[in-house]
Write a protein that binds this ligand. Structure first.
Ligand SMILES: Cc1cc2nc3c(=O)[nH]c(=O)nc-3n(C[C@H](O)[C@H](O)[C@H](O)COP(=O)(O)OP(=O)(O)OC[C@H]3O[C@@H](n4cnc5c(N)ncnc54)[C@H](O)[C@@H]3O)c2cc1C
Length: 611
């Protein structure tokens, strides 16, 4: 029997999970080629990046071993592996920097480990796969970029790199984040930078940004206050020899190296993403969902749709319930958290149930304040804004340091992780109307919840506090505006137009977003040109179409649909390129949580085996 030829494009976590699943599922002989221009593990998890670039996932929760609907793990999680003899042997045998070995020894289950170490885990995972390969299967890593995948016939694809051309029966694209061409705004800023010898850094991976021209006498503007911003803070401080240390009161302070530039940062909201508190639940244990669960969802369906308003109500109730449970445990010993939840669950008027508890006014959960922590404060100038922001940073850092089972605010937000699978299913199975999905879910919910839940580990917030106190960093109040003028980049807040920052460098502190119209990925472009890929457009009741800029795929098989709606049954796309069809495509799989990533690999592998 001729072996089946399969190509997996992208050797990041998804490509590797797919490979693993295929090898477990295939019954026929097969040859699988894995393509990536970066190393095994992919671009994000390069093992040569500095150790101060941290993951924003908890070490004990993330895994590459598929345990979908299993009752126990099927291989070591990242943390379990880091503690094993196998990790030490692998680090030694593969001649990695011995610092990895030390990091493994000091890593705790709930730490946010270095990204580079997760890269080592991915490479060990690949070695494991190779060593356990059965006789009629072979795998081969082709360390190149795929430029095109041409359709030769219904089940024949020709894949080209700069030096190879190979045909395949099945092709799986798990290409992750791709760089984009510059938008018009970015182009004009880049031109301005060229003209006046300034530095302009487009959305990119921080560890790869060229910052060599940025010197200590310069002022740098960071546009964006999410994870990428925190990576830049680490680069300009720890990366330039500065040191963070705790004083005798366990307060983190910063000792500059003298090499850091003056940092100015801002965004529309003017407030950095919330920090993540430390997980305190054991592996496999989840918080119960009292509100956003399938029983409640099913009760509230009208014509098989869940209104966004009802979804939002259930979502808010879930977070509020967790918040008050934690608040009661922390501050109200005369109340009982379990009784509160019982009353809250059956209450027809949740506000009244909360009022009965007589919480202090300042302890009530205020959604407006959560969304905009500086709202309503009187800010007279930028210096006053620093004080107000610092106050909030301290408050939220103190909360986050309590851990997920004790911190009322950031602990309550961790329940979002447990809601993830439910929300993913609501999106993938079209439980929202198109209008609700576009206007409410995509345009409002995703950015709001990103702000609340996809921020950095709490240590980064302690560092932020230290930098604000040392006046190395200034945060521009809300509604940041930037222009090129007077041979510099000029930044100001819409609300304080009189106070400006004159900057020598502008850094777009964010990652490129999935965008089929702008992508630089040769493969995605060639597949679009050949009308194999088309973008997922959503018709709205006002006659408009919303272009998600994602690759359009048909669920549940993840085959792309061309612009005429024709399916390509032997081609599969998943992960970041289909952000919009699926929700939350960036997160690594969590062990023992029926993770959707594993469900999808199972689905794709099943299709391939049955072809
Ligand atoms: C800086 C950064 C930090 C992150 N930290 C976390 C974290 O801590 N926790 C978490 O859950 N998520 C994190 N993420 C999200 C991240 O996207 C996922 O964790 C995960 O890497 C996604 O896996 P993937 O395989 O889908 O994509 P990627 O990891 O992006 O892998 C895709 C691979 O495809 C390759 N590729 C693309 N096009 C081609 C082509 N034409 N030919 C050949 N190869 C190609 C790329 O080189 C890349 O290596 C982070 C992302 C970034 C960018």
């Amino acid at each position: 029997m001729k072996p089946m030829k399969i190509a997996i494009i992208g050797a990041g976590p998804r490509g590797l999970m797919m490979l693993h699943r295929l090898l477990k599922t295939l019954k026929q002989p097969a040859e699988i080629d894995l393509y990536d221009s970066f190393q095994i593990g992919g671009h994000v998890w390069r093992t040569d990046q500095p150790l101060y670039y941290l993951m924003n996932s908890t070490a004990q929760l993330v895994t590459l071993f598929n345990d979908y609907q299993e009752k126990s793990t099927t291989g070591p999680t990242f943390y379990e592996w880091s503690q094993s003899e196998a990790a030490q042997t692998f680090i030694k045998e593969q001649h990695y920097d011995q610092n990895f070995s030390k990091v493994c020894h000091s890593l705790q289950p709930n730490d946010f480990g270095p990204r580079a170490l997760f890269g080592v885990y991915t490479q060990w995972f690949y070695q494991e796969i190779r060593e356990n390969l059965s006789g009629n299967l072979s795998i081969n890593f082709i360390n190149q970029t795929v430029n095109s995948a041409a359709v030769l016939s219904k089940n024949r694809y020709e894949i080209q790199t700069d030096t190879t051309t190979i045909t395949y029966d099945e092709v799986i694209c798990s290409t992750g984040t791709s760089n984009n061409r510059l938008t018009n705004d970015e182009k004009s800023l880049a031109n301005y930078a060229d003209q006046y010898n300034l530095t302009y850094i487009t959305p990119s991976y921080v560890n790869e940004a060229d910052l060599t021209n940025i010197t200590s006498d310069q002022t740098v503007l960071l546009r964006g206050l999410g994870l990428n911003f925190f990576d830049y803070l680490a680069t300009f401080t720890t990366g330039r020899g500065g040191k963070y240390s705790y004083d005798k009161n366990q307060h983190l302070t910063y000792q500059p190296s003298g090499k850091e530039p003056k940092l100015v940062a801002g965004s529309r909201r003017g407030v950095p993403y919330y920090p993540k508190t430390m997980n305190q639940l054991p592996l496999g244990q989840h918080l119960p969902l009292y509100f956003l669960n399938w029983e409640n969802i099913k009760t509230n369906l009208v014509d098989q749709k869940l209104s966004f308003a009802k979804f939002w109500d259930l979502f808010q109730a879930e977070i509020e319930n967790r918040y008050y449970q934690l608040l009661i445990k922390a501050k109200y010993p005369n109340l009982n958290a379990e009784s509160f939840t019982k009353a809250f669950q059956t209450s027809k008027d949740r506000k009244a149930t909360i009022a009965k508890c007589n919480f202090n006014e300042e302890d009530l959960l205020d959604w407006n304040l959560l969304a905009n922590p500086v709202a309503g404060t009187s800010i007279t100038n930028i210096a006053a804004y620093q004080k107000i922001l610092l106050q909030w940073v301290k408050l939220i850092t103190d909360d986050a340091k309590l851990g997920s089972l004790h911190a009322p605010i950031t602990g309550a937000l961790t329940i979002f992780v447990d809601m993830r699978t439910t929300i993913q299913k609501l999106v993938a199975e079209h439980y929202f109307t198109n209008d609700d999905y576009v206007n409410k879910f995509i345009k409002e919910f995703t950015s709001f919840t990103g702000f609340l839940t996809s921020g950095p580990p709490v240590i980064r917030y302690e560092q932020l506090q230290a930098l604000l106190e040392a006046k190395i960093l200034t945060i521009v109040p809300p509604q940041l505006q930037v222009i090129g003028a007077n041979h510099h980049f000029i930044a100001r807040s819409h609300f304080y137009p009189g106070e400006i920052f004159t900057c020598d460098a502008l850094i777009e502190a964010r990652l490129p977003k999935t965008n089929l119209s702008l992508t630089n990925d040769k493969l995605l472009n060639s597949l679009q040109k050949d009308n194999i890929f088309s973008s997922y457009k959503i018709p709205l009741t006002d006659g408009q179409q919303f272009n998600t800029q994602a690759v359009n795929v048909a669920e549940p098989n993840f085959n792309p649909l061309d612009s005429q709606g024709e399916l390509h049954h032997h081609l599969f796309v998943w992960g970041l390129p289909i952000t919009g069809v699926e929700w939350m495509t960036t997160a690594l799989p969590h062990a023992l949580s029926d993770d959707r990533n594993f469900m999808i690999t199972n689905q794709i592998a099943k299709q391939i085996v049955n072809h």
